[in-house]
Ligand binder design. Sequence first.
Ligand code: OGA
Ligand code: MN
Length: 268
Amino acid sequence: MIPDSSLLLPAFPATDWQPVVDALVAHREVVLHDALPPPCWQALRDEAAQLQAGAAFSAGRIGRAAQTQREEAVRGDALCWLEPHLPVGGAYLAWMEGLRGVLNRELFLGLTEFEAHYAHYPIGSFYKRHVDRHRDSSARVVSVVCYLNEAWPADAGGELVMYGDGRMQDESDGAAPDVHGASVNAHDPGRRDESEDGALGDECGVRTERGDAGERRRTEVARERERYRLRPEGGRLAIFMSEDMPHEVLPATRERWSIAGWFRTRTA
Ligand code: OGA
Ligand code: MN
């Protein structure tokens, strides 16, 4: 007998997105540590692995439209876009529609769509520091990364590194605001994963200079300051404004699965 695959599909949670949107307004970014239960993210990862086995993945590219190029010095991931017809990926897209609705209702962002791709980072691959909004387009407004990996050791690399930018400099603790379930603990560093050596922005003191140039330099340094690292643990979501939040994916000693997605407006 052929099993009915719909019976095997895990139900995605009924998530209250309001606290997430509130945290996003306050901090321009938010991390949800257990947004998806294991059956959901494991099913997503299994679907991604199946698609990859069926050669549905292609190399990540940089730039947009006619100008895209393969640039392994910048990013080494392979990706496969989620489509509504995918049994699990389609459910993920539907789940994200809930967040889109609250973002539009609360913030009037006029987000018309959500696009997302599975990403597979082979061992040793990385994505250099970047911002998600393309230089000549404001279409990408909010970024959502969902991680699909089993227990990730602290020494395996592969963290998402978030850098400080000028707008964040009043956030002195350098922690991502966390949302656990329905409660927002904006000042609770929670389970953020810093590098073992905990060296956050140590170079700030060393690189300051005097005068206007020094002032500018300090601003630049603040922008480049590493604020925190997140391990790509299954079920975790990192949500941040696409426009101005520089970030990076470090090389890992194991393969790394995630979904990168963006809420977009329909402007060019
Ligand atoms: C991206 C990205 C982050 C991650 O695909 O643009 O930054 O942790 N991904 O996978
Ligand atoms: Mn990115």
